[in-house]
Design a protein around this ligand. Structure first.
Ligand SMILES: [Zn+2]
Length: 456
């Protein structure tokens, strides 16, 4: 049978190994792949000479602020930016306004995503002290996990103290779900913030105000509750190597936990990037250069399971309020840059194995959240979600050219010349992005629901 699409001469990062060869698509799925020259004809043939063909990236942690704060980002622009950065599936975070906390708010978010998302999407539900009775319904609707905050997360989201965390994890364990947590201990954050309140605000002071001990304490408690309840635990946006070490130890002891980190914790720190000021104000904060470098060790050895973007753009005026950095909003855009950045600093600079890169950016998340083997792998029968990445195609990043709503030029990596770029993003065999252009309409993406899911 004549394939719909063949990509040939690319370095293919397949489930079975890495080889120069071809990949054939039929009816949106991978029909065949192999080494050497492509065997047969196809309706469309693309040449991938010199490029790396990877499974489409899966973002476990974007915030598109839709519904509720679409002036910052929305599902339409955010998923276009995601596709331009090599993402084919997103797991949208639930702390929108309103948060995804019950059937009505799920339908609201799912409807908007179905109309606007360029790429496939799954939805997180919320775990809050006030919606314990709704968790089962959210599971039936297909939520991919339950997100909780261990400290204040703004007026719309009901955060969870230790009592809340324990009760929610008991409930999520009974459903067989995944409990994902933003982990910072509020007592330590309040105490250290008070101790540094008199100092002029900077990224270093932000780190000192929400220090590594606050994150480690929250992780430690969550690991204890995972042990007590048997709940599957996901630590969001891990920023500290001490946390990675604790999680690695817990895994060895049989705790069902995975960890995510973000490109900013691996490529920015408060020492070298102090000039970014509030534009790099993120929670948990950017850490020291030494912690950033140490965190890489856990990425390289697999101790940290996957990459999330924590993509959360804000307007310039939200980042530069007249009251100063302490009043600035926390979050930064990243979804269009994370994959080329990590490929450059991980694969090209640190010698990260290509299959490890694919696992870190796609496969492990697909496995953990029940999307595998349909998503997250280059294997026969899987959705033909893949990207071509040119490892030797320098370009200079400017946020004004981004598909994201966020055009503010003062966020991290503005003006940086990157050595590699995503040249093609294919979703279910259809190019959705190629060489600077979006090729499909909003709403091309579909809702994906978890089916089982196992441990990376
Ligand atoms: Zn987040």
């Amino acid at each position: 049978m004549k394939a719909d699409l063949i990509v040939q001469n690319a370095r293919i990062v397949a489930q079975t190994g890495v080889f120069v060869g071809w990949l054939a698509v039929q009816d949106g799925r991978i029909a065949a792949l192999g080494e050497g020259p492509a065997p047969g004809p196809a309706k469309t043939v693309l040449d991938g000479t010199g490029q790396v063909l990877l499974p489409g990236a899966i973002d476990t942690h974007p915030h598109f602020f839709d519904p509720g704060a679409e002036w910052r980002e929305d599902l339409r622009c955010g998923t276009q930016a995601a596709a331009s950065g090599g993402y084919t599936t997103i797991l949208d975070m639930p702390n929108t306004s309103p948060p995804v906390k019950d059937e009505a708010t799920w339908q609201l978010k799912a409807g908007r995503a179905q109309q606007n998302s360029l790429i496939d999407f799954a939805l997180w539900g919320s775990a809050m002290p006030s919606n314990l009775d709704e968790l089962g319904r959210l599971a039936e609707l297909g939520c991919v996990g339950y997100k909780a905050f261990t400290l204040d997360a703004g007026p719309d989201f009901d955060w969870s103290d230790e009592y809340g965390q324990l009760r929610e994890m008991q409930a999520v364990a009974a459903l067989g779900g995944i409990f994902g947590a933003h982990a910072e201990n509020p007592a330590l954050v309040n105490g250290f913030s008070g101790a540094h309140a008199g100092e002029e605000w900077s990224l270093a002071v932000h780190d000192a105000s929400r220090p590594w001990q606050a994150e480690l304490t929250a992780i430690n408690t969550l690991l204890l509750y995972a042990r007590l309840t048997g709940c599957r635990l996901h630590i969001c946006h891990l920023s500290i190597p001490e946390g990675a070490a604790l999680i690695a130890q817990a895994k060895k002891q049989g705790v069902d936990v995975t960890a995510e980190t973000c490109a900013h914790y691996l490529t920015l720190n408060y020492e070298d990037n102090a000039a970014l000021g509030a534009f790099a104000k993120i929670n948990p904060p950017l850490r020291s250069r030494a912690r950033m470098e140490k965190l890489w060790e856990y990425v390289m050895d697999g101790g940290i399971d996957y990459l999330g973007t924590d993509h959360a753009p804000y307007l310039e005026e939200e980042k530069l309020p007249p009251e100063g950095g302490r009043a600035a909003a926390c979050g930064a855009p990243e979804i269009d840059l994370a994959i080329p950045l990590l490929f450059e600093e991980g694969v090209l600079d640190r010698g990260m194995d290509l299959q490890r890169f694919a696992a870190f950016t796609s496969t492990n998340a697909a496995r953990r959240f029940g999307l595998y083997p349909r998503k997250g792998t280059l294997a026969v029968g899987a959705d033909a979600d893949f990207i071509l990445l040119d490892p030797n195609s320098p370009w200079t990043f400017s946020r004004k050219n981004s598909f994201s709503k966020s055009k503010a030029a003062r966020f991290g990596h503005e003006g940086r010349t990157l050595r590699c770029r995503v040249t093609l993003t294919c979703l279910r065999g259809v190019p959705v992005y190629a060489n600077g252009r979006i090729l499909q309409q909003p709403g091309f993406g579909r809702l994906v629901r978890p089916q089982g899911g196992d441990r990376p």
